[in-house]
Design a protein around this ligand. Structure first.
Ligand SMILES: Cc1ncc(COP(=O)(O)O)c(C=O)c1O
Ligand SMILES: N[C@@H](CCCC[NH3+])C(=O)O
Length: 448
């Protein structure tokens, strides 16, 4: 949970006065703390990469990705998990070392696969047989041999929102663990001339606080590895256990140190492999939210304060579900503080409402605040993951800027969109233009 530093009543975030940030860059504003991101990366290094032999950690870019973020991740010695051509392109443009990129996706298009092949990404995580065949064809055509992992769903259900639970059997992700299907897939990969199968991958879900589900997941996959070794002579060199480590949003969450997860993961992998008579493969983790979630805040300016007597007080802010769809999508909960009154006693309970045209656009129900008025600055905490990366232009609202802060310094890493940006990709078809319409009509008459 982020430390709440207050100076002269103003909330200070990574050495920056949030009121000044809002004045300088406007609101809504995403603010990301470089120090928090780097300290999380260092924890990954200290408690995993440096502690264990033959392991790797890749940051799951879907949580928050910009070119600057790629630079930070690279400098911290982590790899990168991308899940689309757009994320891959961002990494390419940032000069991220492609051998440290893992390319995910349950339905990568031929163009995306080609992009990955062209840029020599380190690993493709193959989700299904169709993709395997496509990739073999594309790699062959490009005269390159590509390294792949097979994603499987180990039949493990963690306690999280059902939309972000992915390890259960009934999942759109991964190759079935039906022995006939998975054996056929492994055999095919072994036979394909331009594919090198390195091992298996699973990802159980996101915002998870239990480590026993990783135990079950690993044990299941080690059994699979043993079977493949004994039956068809395939020995897996890599075991990627995904991400999913939960963070603090509210008091209902009990976040754990990284060691809580990775120590269990490593102990289980070692024990299961030794029992199965297998060499311990390289173990890979893919944390996303855990690295950036608590590193971000979103600043909003308060507009209307609307009291419905005897019912509730709605506080309207200048953003909402376009910049943070998580409450509407997953019923996600957040904490927030009035950043310009951070030292004042809490005396009201209010509901923070976004500015979109639907009642579901509520950022926080029943938040305790000091006396709140139009013009106040609200800081919603722990918005670093899956906020900017999931932002939309719903209601034609331009996306906020993203500012990176560090020890009192601040710099824009993504410019605020403006109305022109909303129209940039738009075209009006010629046939709708008046003159053109007339000529089409004339033409029709001539034909008649
Ligand atoms: C394959 C894969 N790896 C890693 C992650 C990162 O998850 P999280 O941000 O919960 O760590 C995800 C998203 O849940 C994912 O789909
Ligand atoms: N978008 C989800 C997380 C998805 C994880 C990706 N596999 C969230 O905001 O919680």
């Amino acid at each position: 949970m982020m430390e709440r530093i207050v100076d002269g009543g103003r909330f200070i975030f990574d050495g920056c006065n949030t009121v000044k940030l809002a004045e300088k860059y406007g609101t809504p504003l995403y603010v990301m703390s470089e120090n928090i991101i780097r300290s999380r990366c260092r924890e990954v290094r200290g408690d995993f990469i440096d502690k264990y032999e033959n392991v790797r950690a890749v940051y799951a870019g879907k949580a928050f990705l910009t070119m600057t973020m790629c630079k930070i991740i690279e400098s911290e010695g982590l790899g990168l998990d991308v899940v689309s051509g757009g994320e891959l392109y961002t990494a390419v443009k940032a000069g991220f070392p492609m051998e440290n990129v893992i390319f995910h996706g349950n339905n990568k298009t031929p163009e995306e696969l080609q992009l990955g092949v062209n840029h020599n990404v380190g690993r493709f995580v193959i989700d299904n047989l169709y993709e395997l065949e496509l990739l073999q064809a594309i790699a062959k055509e490009s005269d390159k041999k590509v390294k792949v992992l097979f994603r499987v769903s180990p039949g493990v259900q963690g306690k999280t929102h059902k939309y972000i639970s992915t390890g259960q059997k009934d999942s759109k992700f991964g190759i079935s663990l039906d022995m006939e299907i998975i054996t056929d897939a492994v055999k095919k990969a072994m036979d394909y001339s331009h594919i090198e199968l390195k091992g298996f991958h699973f990802h159980l879900g996101s915002q998870l606080f239990e480590n026993h589900i990783y135990v079950t997941g690993i044990q299941t996959i080690v059994q699979l590895m043993k079977y493949m070794q004994e039956e068809i002579g395939f020995s897996a060199e890599e075991l990627n256990v995904g991400g999913g480590f939960g963070i603090y949003y509210t008091e209902a969450d009990q976040p754990k140190a990284l060691a809580f997860f990775v120590d269990t993961i490593m102990a289980t992998a070692k024990a299961a492999c030794s029992e199965a008579g297998l060499k311990l493969p390289q173990v890979i983790i893919e944390p996303g939210r855990w690295i950036v979630g608590e590193a971000g805040i979103t600043l909003y300016t308060v507009g209307v304060v609307k009291e419905i007597p005897g019912i509730r007080t709605y506080v309207g802010v200048d953003g909402g579900m376009p910049d943070n769809p998580r409450p509407a999508l997953y019923d996600a909960k957040y904490e927030a503080i009035v950043a310009n009154k951070a030292d004042q006693p809490l005396e009201q309970t209010v509901t923070i409402a976004g500015k979109c045209c639907e009642s579901g656009d509520i950022l926080i129900w029943d938040l305790q605040v000091p006396k709140i008025e139009p013009g106040d600055l609200l800081a919603v905490l722990h918005t670093g993951a899956y906020n900017y990366s999931m932002a939309s232009n719903y209601n034609r609202i331009p996306k906020p800027a993203v500012v990176l802060v560090s020890d009192g310094k601040a710099g824009v890493i993504v410019e605020r969109e403006n109305y022109e940006d909303l129209l940039r990709q738009e075209r009006i078809p010629q046939y709708l233009m008046k003159e053109e319409q007339e000529s089409i009509e004339k033409c029709a008459i001539t034909v008649l």
